[in-house]
Design a protein around this ligand. Structure first.
Ligand code: S3P
Length: 456
């Protein structure tokens, strides 16, 4: 079905929204039955980028078809990888990618525009570091505001150059070197993007490159590089790779995205009568921290393992409506494991008895938008007391919370905020409007279709 201009026209006649706004109507029934979600965004980016770096033709399947992943596909195509992916009946992308291998990428004839995708831009900097090919990397307005120093600083230590010197945001031109130095780097923040950029450069550096992080971030790179013939050693908060090596073509099957599943799961927890199972979803422990946070709030959520795709575990996440939730404290070292789910978890916390505290969530300020400010703003519109103290986010829950009529939320063009505020309308009693809801195309284009199908 079409989502513009009225999202759920089937359920109730709504007044025409203003341009750029989508009306999200309450779901007509509880969420019930089995669902699947599109492929994991982080794993899809890595499948595309690693296949492009590799010698030979890799076979990939289950790849997320969304704007962010398309940015990675376009980038590697510009750099000389041959990508022949086709859309499958389930909406995923599958096919072959022939990489540049030992001969390296070609000089693109235009700047590489990463769109909204921080993962594309930052991982690409690691991919390009070993090659003396100048490449200008840029992105949309949001991406041009996001910090890049965290990536350029360690890569400069390894020998790569960035122009203009000292620039902290895109557009930046990278000039790599075939003489990369291996380093040991203590990352100032837990970021899988930073870790991956350094490890990917390390694949080509002579010796062992080690990245130590202050808290464990997602480990898809450490799990996938060995599939491409590059051994990694990884332990709690540290990962290493020894080079120089050339990646060899591999087969990658991408499981469903737990960060997308989180929206269905949280909707089921909030919507009376719901009982839902999301199947074939990644159960990587670095990604399903949100199920633990929900459990700690007393939510009826469970996880069942089914198997592994490569080294990535997958299975089912089940969730039922939970009428009485309670607040909890999420410690700093757990934040990297829920970094993309904090906004929707804050919305669930708004329905819980007592205060929920998310410790040390300063990284949310530099996501697609300032998600901390946006969460405080949106919850404030709902009449919920939410505030930031230092880098901690506090949400004072209100059991029985009901949204007033006529709310208009601003997604700030951020896909995860668009889905978070859509849940207010979907699981509540009155419609809401969401500005720039369209941004869901970044990670979960069929979000509204999926959630509406579960509530028939
Ligand atoms: C990602 C890592 C996280 C996450 C982003 C995807 C990745 O960012 O927020 O959506 O694929 O490595 P940081 O590593 O910067 O925290």
């Amino acid at each position: 079905m079409s989502h513009e201009p009225v999202a759920s026209a089937a359920f109730a006649p709504s007044p025409q929204p203003e341009a750029g706004r989508t009306v999200v109507e309450p779901l007509p029934a509880p969420l019930r039955g089995a669902a699947t979600v599109p492929g994991d965004k982080s794993i899809s980016h890595r499948a595309v980028l690693f296949a492009a770096m590799a010698e030979g033709t890799s076979r990939v399947s289950g790849v997320l078809d969304s704007e962010d992943v398309r940015s990675s596909i376009k980038a590697v195509s510009q750099l000389g990888a041959r990508v022949s992916l086709e859309r499958q009946p389930d909406g995923s992308l599958a096919g072959g990618i022939t990489g540049w291998g030992a001969s390296g990428p070609r000089k693109p004839d235009a700047p590489i525009d990463c769109g909204n995708s921080g993962t594309t831009a930052r991982l690409l900097m690691g991919v390009l570091a070993p090659w003396d090919v100048p490449v200008e990397i840029t992105g949309d307005e949001s991406l041009q505001r996001r910090p890049m120093r965290r990536i350029t600083a360690p890569l400069m230590k390894m020998g790569a150059r960035f122009e203009p010197g000292g620039r902290e945001t895109l557009p930046i031109t990278e000039v790599g070197t075939r003489d990369l130095r291996a380093i040991t780097y203590d990352a100032p923040m837990a970021s899988a993007q930073l870790k991956t950029a350094v490890l990917l450069a390390g694949v080509y550096a002579r010796g062992t490159t080690t990245l130590n992080e202050p808290a464990p971030s997602r480990n898809h790179t450490e799990l996938m590089l060995p599939e491409f013939g590059v051994p990694t050693t990884a332990a709690d908060r540290t990962a290493s790779v020894t080079g120089p090596r050339v990646l060899q073509a591999a087969e990658v099957r991408v499981p469903g995205d737990p960060s997308s599943a989180a929206f269905l799961v949280c909707a089921a927890v909030l919507k009376p009568g719901s009982s839902l199972q999301v199947e074939n979803v990644s159960l990587n422990t670095a990604r399903i921290g949100f199920t633990r946070t929900l459990e700690r709030m007393g939510a009826d959520v469970s996880v069942r393992h089914a198997g592994a795709a490569g080294k990535e575990p997958y299975g089912m996440i089940a969730a039922c409506h939970t009428p009485s939730l309670h607040g909890c404290e999420v410690p700093a070292e757990k934040i990297a494991g829920i970094v993309d789910e904090v906004p929707v978890l804050a919305l669930v916390a708004a329905h819980a008895r007592g205060v929920t505290v998310f410790r040390e969530v300063g990284e949310l300020r530099v996501k697609e938008t300032d998600r901390l400010a946006a969460v405080v703003e949106g919850l404030g519109q709902l009449g919920v007391e939410a505030y930031i103290d230092g880098n901690d986010l506090y949400v004072e829950g209100q059991p029985g919370l009901r949204a007033p009529a006529g709310l208009v939320f601003d997604s700030h063009g951020d896909h995860r905020l668009a889905m978070t505020w859509a849940l207010v309308g979907l699981t509540g009693g009155v419609p809401v409007e969401v500005k720039n809801f369209d941004s869901v195309k970044i990670s979960y284009p069929r979000f509204l279709d999926d959630i509406e199908r579960l509530a028939r």
